[in-house]
Design a protein around this ligand. Structure first.
Ligand code: 2M8
Length: 444
């Protein structure tokens, strides 16, 4: 490890020591041409993890930032989708469930030679690439942007094309894994419509619960439905035509669609660097923001919710997903104020001096669970997205308060995957990539 810091040892407190811990964590998770989210739970490359991690590398080793993104986008499908997992053929067979055999990406037309999943994750890559470039502009970075640009455009085209199931210009997700917030209470209602057959799961064996406390992970019932949804999508060879008639989970997620809009803003900046007219990106960004406000904002609750395309209704749960649209620079003033009010309410407790970490779910809700994964614990990527939004909309005191809270989490517990939303105790994997990467960005 670097600087004699043990990423699993007693957490440090000073900024220099914190930085060294983050560096040691990223170094420890680096795997030749990509970074694993964690050595214990996630031995392959994950899509949105890699975007956050690339931003972290931009602070240390920009060459690795671009390598990380190139490895991910080398596995892009012909239709433009960027798979949510790129399997490492060198990883131990059976070290992660569901593995490459289960996904069987070769059944799809246009899948790459390397084994991948067939799902996507929030498209935060254009934003990460733009911020990484701004952090460390160079001739190498410019040529990396030139290579990435058409691939990022294809990713957008896939999401706003094949995935526009609702017909309003937003992307639909076909699985909770695509939101990145696997077992968020946001998905309980739409998931209830997915047949859960316990026998489905008995045919497989979960691995996550051998590495992490089962009480801190999704339930077996959740997993039975996750598996059933992949089987449904895979049975159609991961094609998107006619999903409404045959697929039981179709939802417009505020985070995925915020990332989609933020990506167009970032692409406008990238276009300027690579010498392309940015106008089309700005226009598309405006359309996505308008559709997001029109379809996912509820004036009664004053926050954003997922829209279940099977029922046409908004999901009532008030999760941290509702705060993420603040990331959009062109979010109208009314929604900016509403999101700030929601974030500062006792549900989320954002403040210039925070007394507790930002939770992933409304901490006043009856289904708030402080230990269970995306149902309450604090996550640095959600904090980072909100932090960006606060800076974008000129709220430096709140941004500083959130940054201090995020930093304190790592200073107290280390680079954990997630944290107890009251005590700040570390949960999940102890050496987690995006926690380290985003901490570096917040400290910079
Ligand atoms: C978690 O998701 C994977 C499935 O994709 C899992 O639980 O096995 C989520 O936290 C997701 O957001 C994250 O990208 C992934 C790897 O860190 O783990």
């Amino acid at each position: 490890t670097m600087a004699g810091i043990d990423p699993g040892g007693t957490p440090p407190t000073g900024a220099a020591e914190l930085r060294a811990l983050a560096v040691a964590t990223l170094e420890g998770n680096w795997e030749h041409d990509h970074t694993v989210p964690s050595r214990t739970l996630y031995p392959h490359q994950w899509s949105w993890d890699s975007a956050f991690i690339a931003l972290g590398w931009a602070h240390l080793r920009p060459d690795r930032a671009w390598r990380e993104l190139r490895t991910l986008f080398a596995a892009q499908w012909a239709d433009g989708r960027v798979p949510h997992i790129v399997f490492n053929p060198a990883a131990r067979v059976g070290s992660y469930f569901p593995g490459p055999d289960f996904w069987d990406s070769a059944v799809a037309d246009g899948a790459p030679a390397v084994a991948t999943s067939g799902l996507v994750q929030p498209p935060v890559h254009a934003l990460a690439a733009w911020l990484a470039y701004r952090r460390a502009p160079s001739a190498t970075a410019r040529s990396a942007l030139r290579w990435l640009y058409p691939r990022l455009v294809a990713q957008q085209r896939y999401l706003t094309g094949a995935r526009d199931v609702g017909g309003a210009g937003l992307a639909a997700i076909v699985h909770p894994w695509e939101s990145g917030l696997d077992n968020s209470p946001a998905w309980d209602e739409p998931l209830a419509a997915v047949p859960a057959d316990a026998a489905v799961l008995r045919a497989y064996r979960r691995h996550d619960t051998t590495h992490a406390d089962a009480a801190h992970r999704p339930t077996d019932l959740d997993y039975a439905r996750y598996v059933a949804l992949v089987e449904s999508y895979r049975a159609g060879r991961y094609r998107d035509e006619g999903l409404v008639g045959r697929h039981p989970f179709l939802v417009e997620c505020p985070l995925v669609n915020t990332a989609l809009g933020a990506a167009e803003h970032a692409l406008a900046e990238i276009a300027t660097v690579v010498g392309v007219d940015p106008g089309g990106h700005r226009e598309r960004a405006g359309r996505i923001t308008a559709a997001l406000v029109e379809r996912l904002y509820d004036p009664v609750t004053g926050t954003f919710h997922p829209r279940d395309l099977r029922t046409g209704r908004l999901v009532p749960a008030r999760t941290a997903l509702g705060l993420v649209p603040l990331l959009l620079p062109d979010l109208p003033a009314g929604q900016v104020e509403a999101v700030l009010t929601e974030a500062r309410s006792p549900r989320f407790g954002l403040a210039a001096r925070m007394d507790r970490p930002l939770p992933s779910h409304d901490r006043t809700a009856p289904d708030f669970e402080p230990l269970r994964y995306w149902r309450g614990p604090s996550w640095l990527n959600l904090g980072w997205l909100l932090w960006q939004g606060l800076r974008t909309h000129g709220r430096p005191e709140l941004a500083a308060g959130l940054a201090a809270s995020m930093t304190a989490l790592v200073a107290t517990a280390g680079c954990h995957e997630y944290f107890h939303p009251d005590t700040g105790a570390g949960l999940g994997s102890p050496r987690f990539g995006w926690t380290a990467a985003l901490l570096l960005d917040v400290l910079a």
